[in-house]
Ligand binder design. Structure first.
Ligand code: ZN
Length: 232
């Protein structure tokens, strides 16, 4: 009887210890990979026949792609599954599209809405332009089609203000792509090509890295926020 009791307690204590180890490991994994299992689509704006905004030989489409690739890596390092709308200098229009720009945007919507990917959110990466060259700073635009868009936009602006001291603020957009995409996501204007300082910085890899880290931290906080809201 005594032996049986001993065996029971040994097995019981060993099970409790094993359970504790599993819990600690799971928590560790969550802090190392806070985006584990999240599906994020990164949409580098423009491409191919559409250069976006231009300054001399500097094209927005190229900077968008460069930032998007750094962002893809950093999101992946945080555990996310990342899909890129484009990986090179191409657009999504078809040779049969009468209106190429509309065809490109239409296929981007299909990519973002594709049910097979089970997309949790998308991030469109763009660069801004304004006639006054003193304007600078990152800003985020969202459409109200999905209530989570505003939550994501506010968090991104909060992180941009903390890390870059941007004076810009969250804006609404009615652009075709954003008002027709029901998945959560926003348009991020990473800075101004018309501003000499940002024109230089936006093409530097360390600055692209800093921008991508800020975006990733905001995305991590976004998922924490919406999971709290869902459980509370
Ligand atoms: Zn653009």
């Amino acid at each position: 009887m005594f032996v049986k009791k001993c065996v029971f307690w040994i097995v019981f204590i060993a099970s409790v210890i094993a359970l504790c180890i599993i819990c600690v490991k799971a928590t560790e994994q969550q802090s190392y990979f806070p985006l584990l299992g999240k599906v994020i689509v990164v949409d580098p704006g423009h491409g191919g026949r559409d250069p976006g905004t231009i300054y001399g030989t500097i094209y927005e489409k190229d900077i968008n792609l460069a930032i998007a690739k750094v962002l893809e890596r950093i999101l992946s390092e945080h555990g996310a599954i990342v899909y890129m709308v484009r990986e090179d200098d191409s657009d999504l229009s078809s040779i049969y599209d009468a209106k190429k720009k509309r065809g490109d945007l239409y296929r981007r919507i299909l990519f973002l809405e594709d049910e097979k990917k089970k997309t949790d959110l998308y991030l469109s990466i763009h660069i801004n332009w304004y006639k006054n060259p003193s304007w600078s700073g990152a800003e985020v635009l969202y459409n109200e089609i999905n209530p989570n868009n505003k939550i994501l936009g506010e968090l991104l602006m909060k992180h941009f203000k903390n890390d870059f001291n941007t004076k810009r603020s969250l804006k609404k957009t009615d652009l075709y792509l954003y008002k027709n995409t029901r998945k959560p996501g926003v348009l991020i204007e990473c800075g101004f090509l018309s501003n000499p300082n940002e024109r230089y910085l936006l093409r530097q890899t360390d600055y692209q890295e800093k921008l991508s880290k800020t975006i990733t931290n905001a995305v991590v906080e976004y998922f924490q926020t919406i999971s709290k809201e869902a459980s509370g």
